[in-house]
Design a protein around this ligand. Sequence first.
Ligand code: ADP
Ligand code: MG
Length: 321
Amino acid sequence: MPLSEFELIQRFFSPTGCCREDVLLGVGDDCALLQIPSGENLAVSIDTLVEGVHFHPDVDPELLGHKALAVNLSDLAAMGAVPAWATLALTLPRSDSAWLASFMSGFFTLADRHQVQLVGGDTTRGPLTISVQVHGFVPPGKALTRHTARAGDRIGVTGTLGDAGLALQQMAAVKPTSRYLRERLERPLPRLETGLALRGLANAAIDISDGLLADLGHICRRSGVGARLELQRLPLSVEVAEHVKKSGEWSLPLTAGDDYELCFSVPPARCQQAEAALGSLDGGLTWIGLIEQEPGVRCFGQDGCRIETGTGGYQHFQSAD
Ligand code: ADP
Ligand code: MG
């Protein structure tokens, strides 16, 4: 028999994972009561995943639970914040215990890894939609923001670019996809340690969710600057490098979404320190270009020639909508 709303809450959302001292009251009352540590600012972000837009209806619910939290933690990483709490608004077409158990297992496994406690949420019936809000801490003045890049900064990224995009392309064409590429699409790992290590080193940062050109473009516009990218320096997996070579074009690493790597700008005097700090972390650090005074993002090939690329980036509402 399907469980009622209250049975679902009792069974799936009540405390199982980590119990934080700063949670005075968690799931079960009208509100959660939370204690922000003194000397910290609260960083808050929310992201929604909609069936048919962000994921296929037949996706493994365990992976979906992971990804719903991971994309939010990636925003905290981009701000240099340490995650603490999450809330979860779930709209479900039906009360399906097996699906929910699997979804919450993916969610809680990642939450526990980063000492994130689920402190509340909402459960309703309707087309499958998942909203996760995350809350983290960052000391005043230490957050990594988009509007603070300066001409002369070097541009760095973590990990490799375009892997999720290639996986999606191959799966859409019903072509075999390597385990590595699938993991990159389905189980992104938020670069939280990197964000923390970049506090006090990077001038600006963003996470790459809509493609490098679009997201670096946000930093540039907000900061009133531009950027020069050296395409041959882009960090690519073997698979994406092969695809770029074969196709002769760079759209995967430049405009495909879902990378969840960090892109940041570091003033020259702090680049060595950044290399030392990020060298031992997952995702490492690759320098890919320079912030310049002139607005816009310009791409250059190996021979120093300018390469024209679209701005790309996924947008839910195009200007004609
Ligand atoms: P109310 O009607 O007062 O908003 P609910 O009946 O919706 O309360 O929820 C009861 C409790 O269960 C609340 O503490 C709420 O935060 C929690 N809750 C409901 N749905 C979820 C969910 N999907 N994840 C986490 N907590 C949830
Ligand atoms: Mg409610």
